[in-house]
Design a protein around this ligand. Structure first.
Ligand code: PEP
Ligand code: CO
Length: 441
């Protein structure tokens, strides 16, 4: 069986050697953490929690810096507090980081004209596979990169854990999570007033809950982060998949919740075969052309015992098609009495290209898909369980729209994503406020 579709390592001996070394290294996460997440996802599936997942489209090894890690945590933490306030539920925070290094591509190769000649090289599959520059040396899949990916994921996780331990995410330190940046943002007076009153309410709700001294406050004030990434590179995933003492099952110990991408979820494909053998909670991306019968088969294969919290269907239908296709899928799954966690990814089917040729997404399309998805789940009788965003804590200019009214002409100012366009800091927070309002009813 060819374990990874799309790309191949030319040097089999080097591949075997790298995988062997990866197998011998300690795990990045533990089965206790994985099971704790599964229990929380089971609660989210039952409508008692809400899941917030977010991060870069393609995490780069170079982005393993203190600034990148803290700014990602900060925006996720701030959004989660807005959602706690809106949903009145605990929020499960999950980063798309510490391993989001492999990217599926629509074509396995890319052709460019160089000095009048057509040159074809493998596409860029993310830093864990090959390099982005268009040279033969960079684009040749290099197994050594899996070890570099592992080390960078370990450093990222180490820093995230230390920050959480040291109180970065402790709500007793409002300087980390306050929303004062809004006073600098170019917002309309109405929007600013709404944001300011929401942030005042949020602060007073937290103070109120602290004053009550309830146990649940501990949940709120000591924050933890889980991780997830697309499990595309099966050499990497399986090298860190093992049995742990006193447990029966195999765990993927590179991350808490890996997911299967839209392009690799074929029932008879290598990814589904690998994923059905692990005990982690898993996600599956589901696009607008998903066949309802195949979806039921996929649920049976990936979660044959109907274990709560085990399987998240991460739908990414597009603002234009969500109302046409999602209700049927939701109905088919619930009529078959299958229990899954429904998560909305309003990013991946809303891509567009500006007249200037820049890949972007519109804030309004993202919001439209998100709101329509909330309505569809509510009318089918069970609430949406979570959201999945591509976002950054920085002031990038990659998606158009939002309160600051970013236009296509502005995108060149700070476009740094090496893959899909992300919501910037302000757009992310605004999205959280709008979602909180929607979910809060
Ligand atoms: C992604 O999450 O970056 C991605 C490629 O998504 P999808 O599999 O939904 O296209
Ligand atoms: Co993406």
């Amino acid at each position: 069986m060819e374990p990874c579709h799309q790309f191949a390592y030319p040097d089999e001996a080097a591949l075997g050697e790298a995988v062997g070394r990866l197998r011998a290294l300690p795990p990045l996460v533990t089965s206790w953490e994985i099971e704790a997440l599964k229990a929380q996802l089971a609660q989210a599936q039952a409508g008692k929690r809400f899941v917030l997942q977010g991060g870069d489209c393609a995490e780069s090894l170079d982005a393993c810096t203190p600034d990148e890690v803290t700014s990602r945590l900060k925006i996720l933490l701030q959004m989660s507090l807005v959602l706690v306030q809106g949903t009145k539920k605990p929020v499960v925070r999950m980063g798309r980081f510490a391993g989001q290094y492999a990217k599926p591509r629509s074509s396995p190769s890319e052709t460019r004209e160089i000095d009048g000649n057509e040159v074809t090289l493998p596409s860029y599959f993310g830093d864990i596979v090959n390099g982005a520059p268009f040279t033969e040396a960079d684009r040749t899949p290099d197994p050594e990169r899996m070890l570099r990916g592992y080390h960078h994921a370990a450093m990222t996780l180490n820093f995230v854990r230390s920050l959480c331990e040291a109180g970065f995410a402790d709500l007793h330190h409002p300087e980390y999570w306050d929303l004062r940046f809004l006073s600098n943002a170019g917002l309309s007076p109405e929007k600013r007033a709404r944001f300011e009153s929401a942030s005042r309410e949020l602060a007073s709700a937290l103070r109120f809950m602290e004053a009550l001294g309830e146990k649940s406050v501990d949940d709120l004030s000591r924050v933890r982060f889980f991780t997830g990434h697309e499990g595309l590179n099966l050499y990497y995933e399986s090298a860190q998949t093992r049995k742990v003492p006193r447990r029966q099952d195999f765990y993927n110990l590179t991350t808490h919740m890996p997911w299967i991408g839209e392009r690799t979820r074929a029932l008879d494909g290598a990814h589904v075969e690998y994923f059905r053998g692990i005990a982690n909670p898993i996600g599956v991306k589901v696009g607008p052309d998903a066949d309802p019968v195949e979806l039921l088969d996929l649920i049976d294969v990936l979660n044959p015992d109907g274990e709560p919290g085990k399987l998240a269907l991460i739908t990414r239908m597009g603002a234009d098609r969500v109302e046409e296709v999602l209700p049927r899928l939701v109905r088919v799954v619930s009529s078959a009495h299958k229990r899954v966690l429904w998560v909305c990814d309003p990013m991946h089917a809303n891509a567009m290209t500006t007249p200037q040729g820049v890949k972007t997404r519109s804030f309004d399309d993202i919001l439209k898909e998100l709101e329509a998805t909330c309505d569809i789940h509510a009318s089918e009788g069970h609430p949406l369980g979570g959201v999945h965003f591509e976002l950054t804590g920085h002031d990038v200019t990659e998606c158009v729209g939002g309160a600051a009214g970013l236009r296509a002409e502005d995108l060149h100012q700070n476009y740094t994503s090496s893959c899909d366009p992300r919501l910037n800091y302000e757009q992310s927070l605004e999205m959280a406020f709008l979602l909180a309002r929607k979910l809060g009813g």
